[in-house]
Design a protein around this ligand. Structure first.
Ligand code: FES
Length: 142
């Protein structure tokens, strides 16, 4: 791990059903985490086409199909299959049942944008996919 990167606790594994994605916010940055059954993959939640919410897409193999215009995004490379456009990817690991993301430290130190200012005191925010889904609160930053 590079010195300027850190592991951030995101959520419990059980909060993301197999073959589904969920979105969390880390200092205002929306990150989609997907459960592929044998591993978790994480990418920026904004589709490189027109910003569609990738966490709400359908998983197909190791790609996700964007819910807006059906671009396929490879979750390992972050690249669209039909374009040269890509999204950022994040390393993941599981520690004691908690999914952790490797995030650049400067992303945590950035001056907050208008959108993220509300989350300054609570750097990680779990965002429900469906209002009725029971989801536990996120844990602290390491
Ligand atoms: S916004 Fe994702 S395919 Fe258009």
């Amino acid at each position: 791990m590079k010195e300027e990167e850190m592991w951030v606790r995101a959520t419990a594994c059980e909060n993301i059903p197999v073959r589904e994605g969920r979105m969390i916010e880390v200092c205002g940055r929306q990150i989609a985490i997907f459960n592929l059954g044998d591993k978790f993959l994480a990418v920026d939640n904004r589709c490189p086409h027109q910003g569609g919410p990738l966490s709400e897409g359908i998983i197909s193999g190791t790609t996700v199909v964007c819910p807006l215009h059906a671009w396929k995004i490879d979750l390992q490379s972050g690249c669209a299959l039909s374009s040269t456009a890509c999204v950022a990817t994040f390393q993941t690991r599981v520690c004691d049942g908690i999914i952790e993301l490797q995030i650049a430290r400067n992303a945590m130190d950035q001056e907050p944008t208008h959108e993220s200012r509300a989350h300054r005191d609570r750097p990680i925010r779990w965002v429900q996919r469906k209002p009725s889904s029971p989801i536990s609160a996120p844990s602290e930053v390491l």
